[in-house]
Write a protein that binds this ligand. Structure first.
Ligand SMILES: [Zn+2]
Length: 107
């Protein structure tokens, strides 16, 4: 085992360092109308609907706190192992957790 392998082992050896707890998927979006960033928590155990053809689908509607009534509709498709395979959005754009945090700093 190399030095770096032992370091990785110390931290569990996984690449899931984004702070996402198991079974939870965070959705980060930016409202296309006012630019507000919104996040919501998707519980992969309770918020998914099973598809007839296999896999799962989650449908979320996000509305910001500002005076903007734009609804951001998000549809996420997961496989049988609850891994994200496809995502669709209307009324906004997907952003990363980093972009979300950066936007928070400006307020
Ligand atoms: Zn908005």
């Amino acid at each position: 085992m190399s030095f770096f392998d032992s370091i990785k082992a110390l931290f569990g050896g996984s690449s899931s360092s984004s702070g996402q707890a198991a079974g939870v998927y965070w959705i980060y979006v930016r409202c296309r109308r006012c630019g507000e960033v919104i996040k919501t928590r998707l519980d992969l155990q309770n918020n998914l609907s099973q598809n007839d053809e296999g896999g799962y689908t989650a449908h979320k509607t996000l509305v910001g706190n500002h005076l903007c009534f734009q609804r951001v509709e998000v549809i996420l498709n997961f496989d049988e192992n609850r891994r994200l395979v496809n995502r669709d959005i209307s009324g906004g754009d997907f952003i990363t957790a980093e972009e979300y945090e950066a936007a928070q700093d400006h307020t």
